[in-house]
Design a protein around this ligand. Structure first.
Ligand code: ARG
Length: 266
């Protein structure tokens, strides 16, 4: 449209034309997909913090994993594509990434905690987690008591860090799991605490999981507080994939075993 044409038009018509040119939403900060506001038109943007295999990790230059596969199902149900943004876990769990519109959703093996619920709206839980201890093979660090006086590598702003601090252990903070493992390799730390499900991939690298601390955590996907349209869609997708078998297939693909049911658990 040429500005020359606009000048000749009455104000009301001009406003209507401008609205139409903007997609008719009248809201230039977000696009709308079936009532769901997205930070970028036509795409669901997810913030995540790899390496965190099997939930989010890089493969052939792409971030893949159970979390990514699940949010991809949400994107599919919304009729949009998925865009993955790698960000520090600190801003993911604090609500900062959501509040600054860096992303629409956070999916990063995030444990639902009461503190985080004050800043993020969480979906229904989709995975159960406990803390685990990774040590060099043959280490005798295998209990909270044995860890007294040892140096523990923790991931910044995680429940593993809270667990270690609550138990009075001496910790060194790392920004991600990769740096935690690196510090264990170089001997900067004696042991590493993180969610037990992500420690498995390192067992073949000369480490062992020497203890399991049952914290009874549950993972949720997070959206900006008050974004009920998106939250409802996320929960609807979680319900759909539980019912149509997609969740079980993805769980088997990424976790390696079928999910526990009340039958297998008893
Ligand atoms: N579940 C733990 C928490 O919520 C650790 C999650 C870390 N996630 C990640 N992708 N690095 O605090």
């Amino acid at each position: 449209m040429r500005t020359r044409t606009l000048v000749a038009l009455p104000a009301a018509v001009t406003a209507a034309l401008l609205l139409a040119a903007c997609g008719g939403s009248g809201d230039d900060t977000a696009a709308s997909e079936g009532g769901v506001q997205l930070v970028t038109d036509g795409t669901l943007t997810v913030c995540t913090n790899p390496p965190y295999e099997p939930f989010e990790y890089e493969e052939d230059g792409e971030v893949v994993g159970l979390d990514i596969a699940i949010v991809n199902e949400v994107a599919t149900d919304l009729g949009v594509t998925l865009t993955t943004k790698v960000t520090p876990f600190e801003g993911i769990q604090s609500g900062a990434d959501l509040n600054t519109n860096n992303c629409d959703i956070v999916a990063s093996g995030i444990t639902i905690t009461p503190e985080r619920q004050e800043k993020i709206d969480f979906s229904d839980p989709y995975f159960d987690a406990d803390q685990g201890l990774l040590v060099p093979e043959g280490s005798d660090l295998d209990s909270v008591e044995a860890l007294e006086g040892a140096t523990i590598g923790v991931q910044q702003a995680t429940t593993g860090e809270t667990w270690a601090t609550d138990n009075g252990l001496q910790t060194v903070q790392f920004e991600d799991l990769g740096l935690q493992i690196q510090a264990l390799k170089t001997g900067q730390v004696d042991a590493v605490v993180n969610d037990i499900a992500v420690l498995g991939p390192y067992v073949s690298e000369g480490f062992e999981v020497s203890a399991n601390f049952s914290t009874g955590e549950q993972y949720g996907l997070g959206v900006k507080q008050g974004n009920t349209a998106l939250l409802d869609q996320v929960n609807a997708t979680l319900e759909r994939i539980r019912e149509d078998g997609t969740y079980d297939d993805l769980y088997t693909q990424y976790i390696g075993t079928a999910p526990m049911t009340s039958e297998t658990a008893s």
